[in-house]
Design a protein around this ligand. Sequence first.
Ligand code: MN
Ligand code: MN
Length: 465
Amino acid sequence: MSDKSKAKALQESLSYKKVNYFEQASEAEREEIFAYAEGYKAFLDAAKTEREACAVSVEAAKKAGFTEYRFGDKLKAGDKKYFVNRGKSIAVFRVGKKNLEEDGFRLIASHIDAPRIDIKQNPLYEDTGMAFLKTHYYGGIKKYQWTAIPLALHGAVVLKDGKKIEISVGEKPEDPVFYINDLLPHLGGDQMSGKAGKIIEGEQLNVVVGGLPYRDEEASDKIKLTVLEYLNKAYGMCEEDFLSAELSAVPAYPARDVGFDRALIGAYGHDDRVCAYPALTAVLNCESDHTVIAMLVDKEEIGSMGTTGMQCKVYEDLMEEIAIALGANFRKVRAVSKCLSSDVTAAYDPNFAGVYEKMNSAILSCGTCMCKFTGARGKSGASDASAEFVGEVRKMFAENGVIWQTSELGKVDAGGGGTVAQFLANLNIDTVDLGVPVISMHAPWEVISKADLFSNYKAFLAFMK
Ligand code: MN
Ligand code: MN
């Protein structure tokens, strides 16, 4: 052996390098990667809000033989259950053979809410040939990205008599869509010289919902009246019913393959359905001696508060109820449980290289991405997984051929973000973040790699094995 080849061999055995999963995968595995993406795209199109994601997940769970669980129900090894919280979050779980006090839960937590444009409680007005709904955006968005694109309206309205109406308009090809106006460039000189955060302001995100005046000599606000008449005929609504409504405008586009080779998927709401779908399907499809749970929760984008957010006691109660039903001490169970907090991370984007530190960025198609810690500045707000737990997960992945990588969101001082990891770690559960890298996160249309999606699914299966 020459010195040169010896150095090369040494380099190969000692150095770490990320690998592209598409490149690494056999022909058969590439086919699996592409096939799995088809189910995911169908899920995305059927589940644009947390309510819809919850309903679609219930259907999938039922189809896989899971039955509904309520607090106090008896449980035994082999049970396959789902638990619904207020129609907006869901936990799907399997009871394993292993002793829960000794083995704990294998838990995956993802969120099913996504940034969007919520309709205000008194929203409807008409002005100069158009009827509009006033809005209040939800989550961290670049407001200017939500103008001049087709929007669909989704949500629920509780009528005066207490009856709940579900609304979804703008998804079928024959449906009308909705729209937020932008300014023509010819008159946009002042607008374009301003700061991007001010190009479109919150109170300009008004959604066009009509333009046809009601035929009447005397009526005022005739376009608004036409809209009200339509809502009344279609849903039994009157204007006052907006007071108890949760309606959201979301991009009306379906998920589509991106690129000639179809390696990528563009869609609304990859964050965080690209983790929720693998979490759900992993629990539905896995065979495990562990007690495994996937929690798909709401309100992550606005701080995980309230009755459906991860900070609500309901998830802790659920775990405790399962422990009690199996005759286990919950404190002992928590202490040995393990959790993957599964949320997206930023994929390195060569078009915006300045905000990333490439060595520690998520590289597209190099697999699902572990973030040992999140937070901002000096790791502020991070739960920061231990080297021991990271080492344990790393070993699981290696033994199961999972292609994965690690990353931080961006440069140390460039910004930051958080996930639900801290709330689970605070329960005394070893937790680390693991999720799919996303291009254009929080834009109306985000992009991910099919390889990273499938890697995430494989990682969950390995974790639950
Ligand atoms: Mn997220
Ligand atoms: Mn997000």
